[in-house]
Design a protein around this ligand. Sequence first.
Ligand SMILES: *Cc1c(COP(=O)(O)O)cnc(C)c1O
Length: 362
Amino acid sequence: MANSDDLPVRDDLRGQSPYGAPQIDVPVLLNVNENPYPPSESLVADVAIAVADATRSLNRYPDRDARALRADLAAYLLEESGVALTPGQVWAANGSNEVMLQLMQTFGGPGRVALGFSPTYSMYPDYCRDTFTRYVTVPRAVDFTVDLDSALAAIAEHRPSVVLLASPNNPTGTALSLDAVRAILAEAHGVVVVDEAYAEFRHAGVPSALELLADHPRLVVTRTMSKAFALAGARVGYLAASEAVVDAVQLVRLPYHLSSITQAVARSALAHAGELQAQVALLREQRDALVEWLRGRGHVVADSDANFIFFGLFDDRHAIWQGLLERGVLIRETGPDHWLRVSVGTPQENAAFRAALEEVTA
Ligand SMILES: *Cc1c(COP(=O)(O)O)cnc(C)c1O
């Protein structure tokens, strides 16, 4: 690799490494929380037609405002969470990573603070660095819930212009109660972002923060098509908020940021949302069974409302990770020491993980 020491790279980027979940080619990939089931053949056929159609006008720039897609996303959220939103309350971009960066570009910035609750998503410090926003974290409680007393104290102390709350949280799987979100909204003067990348996997009865949007113009809920929708390769994420938040984000979005092809693919997938529900239900059952199994073997396991499980405690977690890898199972070494994260796969993949873990911990 070329040596960048001679380049005038920003001081705060020198010596840093890019985002890198290891991409290793092994039979069982349970490391980045993807949906293990590829799109159905009927979705593949619909996408092919939609892409051909979009290709006929690729000489033109895409719909800059992605109006049809945003209307479809609003309809999906109504169906999924029972919350009615206007298309103007929804905004889409290339993955919720881009949505999040746009939010930080709009509401963060030099001299401003974003508050997170660690351990949490490893990209939050990067979005902050990239937007010159100071990132402050408050440790979570031992069960990985957000401790409200310390959250409210940190908000009073740091006056964050952005509060970042992942729910269910990555890497722990922890869902946040709406009472906690309400309490944080009441104390914070800035925007409160609830990152619901894994919302579709929450247990029945666990509400979405979408329910609070009607009363809270500074609340932003982000979602993605990368996880439950089995569309990680298409790069589609979105947010739901007040129309004022969506209008503000327009100031920083790049012109024509979301390609016509991406918009077409996302709309085709949304038309197949019904098909995915059975699959999500199966993944949830598999998750609950795997949590039980891990607990039965004496592991410490965090409650999970996501499609992954955070478990431990290992004196040498790297050895466990390596042992699984040698048996063809790739999981993720992330978050606090002594813990590992495994994504929920197909029943066959989960069986391979269980067998490999039994051997490695024998
Ligand atoms: C996977 C993930 C995302 C989604 O990223 P995309 O850019 O939409 O693929 C967002 N937030 C968290 C916490 C995640 O784990």
